[in-house]
Design a protein around this ligand. Structure first.
Ligand code: IPM
Ligand code: MG
Length: 359
């Protein structure tokens, strides 16, 4: 009997519950096929937690996460809570859970599936061979620096502070080097060192640790230039490492190379194997509850969990192969369908993937 792995499941808001339900079907199928054993515990988070518990990140949700080996998250947020004060916003819960669980590293792979090249707004010949990973620092920088409002000489002012210390930069940069070592051994460190002091520190750290990874080729790319190169030569990137806000922006851009943000998985990791796995897309309130959402990003996030937290690469491979098989057979949800009239729903996509998983 395999040991039982504990997964905290947080469905969240909008399409979150729908896409998570499909990933749970996949979870069950891999138990049957591979003999693994999982125990899931559901918890409230985001807008639904605000409604039911008065806070986006209830203490008991954090406890559920802390006693789990990994967290599977759907999506949080929606217009209903958009005008709430900061402490009562789903996004505040998201930042809080990242910080509380020490998840300083956010990995966002962007892979262009051959059969989906037409779904992208970029020319297929530009996309050819694109397979990159954005490694985003997740618990520092301007997201977490001091913020304030004050009266200045010209009236009301707002301040957001961007702070990074050497430790914070070094741990994420080293992780990115290690990821590059098991990929194509190329690392692009993205900063704004021509303007920002935090970026100059970032670049110094990269240059200092680089000799420890002699097999990895490093380039420094300014963030504005990187945004441009991602559209011009996406396939030339392997691993991109960058600070929190640049990573937020560039990972959305990288996501669109693949045609749909509905395809992209992500992992948020700390020092050990514990991680939080979630689709890159948001809660898409406009299509929530209509069986229209693409569950692939969440299903691929589960595969990422198997690989990174549990070391179950056989099951991860099988899930990824099943997704590719279903796409190759021409099945599409609305977001990736060229002919929208032929699009299938969330549950149908989940069922097809479940049926295609083989040992
Ligand atoms: C993301 C999101 C979040 C972020 C928001 C919702 C706070 O955009 O995970 O990329 O900026 O980190
Ligand atoms: Mg974002």
């Amino acid at each position: 009997m395999a040991d039982v792995k504990k997964i905290a499941v947080i469905a969240g808001d909008g399409i979150g519950p729908e896409v998570v339900a499909e990933a749970e079907k996949v979870l069950k199928r891999t138990e049957e096929l591979f003999g693994y054993s999982f125990e899931t515990e559901h918890a409230l988070f985001g807008g639904i937690a605000i409604d039911e518990k008065g806070t986006p990140l209830p203490e008991e949700t954090l406890e559920v996460c802390k006693r789990a080996d990994a967290v599977l998250l759907g999506a949080v947020g929606g217009p209903k809570w958009d005008s709430n004060p900061k402490e009562l916003r789903p996004e505040t819960g998201l930042l809080g859970i990242r910080k509380a669980l020490g998840l300083f590293s956010n990995l966002r792979p962007a892979v262009v599936f051959d059969c989906l090249k037409d779904a992208s707004t970029l020319k297929p010949e530009v996309l050819e061979g694109t397979d990159l990973m954005v490694v985003r620092e997740l618990t520092g920088g301007i997201y977490f620096g001091d913020k304030l409002r004050r009266q200045g000489e010209h009236g009301e002012e707002a301040v957001d502070t961007c702070v990074y210390n050497v430790m914070e930069v070094e741990r994420i940069v080293r992780q990115a080097f290690e990821i590059a070592q098991i990929r194509r051994k190329k690392l692009a460190s993205v900063d704004k060192a021509n303007v920002l002091e935090t970026s100059r520190l970032w670049r110094e750290v990269v240059n200092r640790v680089a000799p420890d990874y002699p097999d990895v080729e490093v380039e420094h790319v300014l963030v504005d230039n990187c945004a441009m190169q991602l559209l011009r030569r996406p396939s030339s990137f392997d691993v991109i490492v960058t600070e929190n806000m640049f990573g937020d922006i560039l990972s959305d851009e990288a996501a669109m190379l693949t045609g749909s943000i509905g395809m992209l998985s992500s992992a948020s990791m700390g020092e050990g194997s514990f991680g939080l796995f979630e689709p890159v897309h948001g809660s898409a309130p406009d299509i929530a509850g209509q069986n229209l959402a693409n569950p692939i990003a969440t299903i691929l996030s589960l595969a990422l969990m198997f690989r990174m937290t549990f070391g179950y690469s056989d099951a991860a491979d099988a899930i990824e192969a099943a997704v590719a098989e279903v796409l190759n057979a021409g099945h599409r949800t609305g977001d990736i369908a060229v002919d929208k009239s032929k699009a299938i729903g969330t549950t149908a996509m989940g069922d097809l993937i479940v049926a295609a998983i083989r040992k």
